[in-house]
Design a protein around this ligand. Structure first.
Ligand code: NAD
Length: 501
């Protein structure tokens, strides 16, 4: 019998009653391993009601008490790492070390969130006018909803709720219906750490659940991470319903390899960043821009045997370097892009399509694929493929490489590999991209900095976690105060400068 994944409302697992279920697969075998309940609008409203009821007491709780809960949660995450990582790999397909790595990055956000009271302190100015003082505080926005993608089922939700909760908000999380189990288990741990009922609710579901969160007046703000098509819809719909929205979306991350780069280091970087997690990372490098034919030839010569040798295997094999992609649809879509690249005239140097693993014939495996001589008019260059496919584009010089980065519709991350300080500095300054790596292929900011892209990789004004997260999950309020002992000025009919008071 397959298990059923339900909801977590008001501090307990709550059985879904919609009668609508989605299949959850083990991507390594293609077997259905669970059914996930898909919530109705009424079930989502139950979660909103629970979060609304929990809000006043939670917002009023001294921040240091909230920290104690978050700190205990952090310890529980560490002691349950093996269990959570295994649950994660079984539904997502990524290798166990990668699952543990993702959880570790999530725990760092929890650790950052423990220190948030420091960031809520506000500002105070004494005597902005005679006997007049002014101070600002950051207050919670209210009930916040988070809608998250399949590719980081533990970490991406942790970019959101630890920060939102520590700012005094309550939260409703709608994880991906493709790997929903981790979030539910983690919600139980947060409850065990002492979180009051209703402060974090988890609703499983699809468009119906999301649309309810986007339109219900009880939700004040939405954090979304996922594809650009859906993110743009979330942003527009949420904003039209008066909500604060941040939507972090798709990507096509370029890595510029200058002729003076350490080619061995650049090759290692491309193998990890292009094929790690089967390329299903919004910060994966999917385009290598080699500057000059000599650098391009050298790079392709080094990359090809390494891509060919990648160990494709399920997460249960400790030697696995490349697990399956998330679904049959995804596998077909990626293969469709490989056909399209070939038709457009790109050179498929390594073709990973024919991989077959004994005992896992129905799994969604694809070997590493490497294209050379990709040009900017090709779909494999323009679109996010989200699979283990790396494209090499040849640029004649640095300016052409920078132009490619800047003209692309996405602007999440980009890297440059070089020993030339001038080129590196120019790139950091000129690239129209949210996160830049200098000889670092996946420049994911640590928890106390903020994560986010530019252009069509982000809709909204705020990046996520770090100080930007605190800004997104709080509203600024500024008080101006005067006490009766101050000078009496009588009725005032015109604005005065502070210095005139
Ligand atoms: P997705 O957009 O399909 O799904 C994201 C969420 O939206 C899920 O919870 C899903 O249930 C919901 N959703 C899907 N269709 C919907 C619809 N029609 N209406 C309302 N809600 C809907 O994304 P995915 O395939 O799960 O994740 C991969 C994508 O996420 C990639 O594009 C990747 O680049 C992106 N991503 C971006 C970042 C970032 O920080 N920029 C991080 C991780 C992933």
């Amino acid at each position: 019998m397959t298990k059923t994944v339900h909801h977590f409302i008001d501090g307990k697992i709550t059985l879904g009653k919609s009668g609508r279920m989605g299949d959850v697969f083990n991507p390594a075998t293609g077997d259905v391993t669970a059914q996930v309940a898909l919530a109705t609008a009424d079930e989502v409203r139950m979660a909103i009601a629970s979060a609304t009821k929990a809000l006043p007491a939670w917002a009023a709780m001294p921040p240091a008490r909230r920290t104690q809960i978050m700190f205990k949660f952090r310890d529980l995450l560490i002691s349950h790492t093996e269990e959570i990582a295994t649950l994660l790999s079984a539904e997502h397909g990524k290798t166990l070390p990668d699952a543990k790595g993702e959880l570790g990055r999530g725990i760092e956000v929890v650790e950052f969130a423990c220190g948030i009271p420091h960031l809520l302190k506000g500002e105070y100015s004494e005597n902005v006018g005679t006997n007049v003082d002014s101070y600002s505080v950051r207050q919670p926005v209210g009930v916040v909803a988070g809608i998250t993608p399949f590719n980081f089922p533990a970490m991406v939700p942790m970019w959101m709720y630890p920060v939102a909760l520590m700012c005094g908000n309550t939260f409703i999380l709608k994880p991906s219906e493709r790997d929903p189990s981790v979030v539910l288990r983690v919600a139980e741990l947060l409850s065990e750490a002492g979180l009051p009922d209703g402060v974090l609710n988890v609703i499983n579901g699809d468009k119906e659940a999301v649309d309810t969160l986007l339109t219900d007046p009880g939700v004040a703000a939405i954090s979304f991470v996922g594809s650009t098509t859906i993110g743009e819809y979330i942003y527009k719909t949420g904003c039209a319903h008066g909500k604060r929205v941040q939507a972090l979306c798709g990507a096509k991350n370029h890595m510029v390899v200058m002729p003076d780069a350490d080619m061995e280091q650049a090759t290692d970087a491309l193998i990890g960043a292009g094929y790690g997690s089967a390329g299903e990372r919004c910060m994966a490098i999917s385009v290598a821009v080699a500057v000059g034919d000599e650098a391009a030839d050298e790079l392709v010569k080094r990359l090809a045997p390494r891509v060919q040798a990648l160990k494709v295997a399920p997460y249960t094999d400790p030697e696995s370097e490349l697990g399956p992609v998330i679904s049959r649809d995804s596998l077909d879509r990626i293969k469709g892009y490989i056909d399209s690249g070939l038709e457009a005239g790109a050179e498929l140097v390594v073709d990973g399509r024919d991989v077959s693993l004994q005992g896992y014939e129905n799994g969604y495996f694809l070997g590493g694929c490497l294209f050379d001589r990709v040009t900017k008019d090709m779909d494999i260059y323009k679109d996010e493929i989200f699979g283990p496919v790396l494209s090499v584009v040849r640029a004649k010089d640095y300016d052409e490489a920078l132009g490619l980065v800047n003209d692309h519709e996405y602007g999440n991350g980009a890297a440059i590999f070089t020993r030339d300080g001038d080129a590196a500095r120019s790139f950091a300054n000129q690239a129209k991209i949210g996160m830049i790596g200098i000889n670092v292929p996946i420049p994911v900011p640590v928890a106390y900095h903020s994560f986010g892209g530019w252009k069509r990789s982000l809709f909204g004004d705020h990046h996520i976690h770090g100080m930007e997260g605190v800004r997104f999950y709080t509203k600024l309020k500024t008080m101006t105060t005067r006490w009766p002992s101050g000078i009496r000025e009588g009725a005032e009919f015109h604005f005065k400068r502070g210095s005139e008071h």
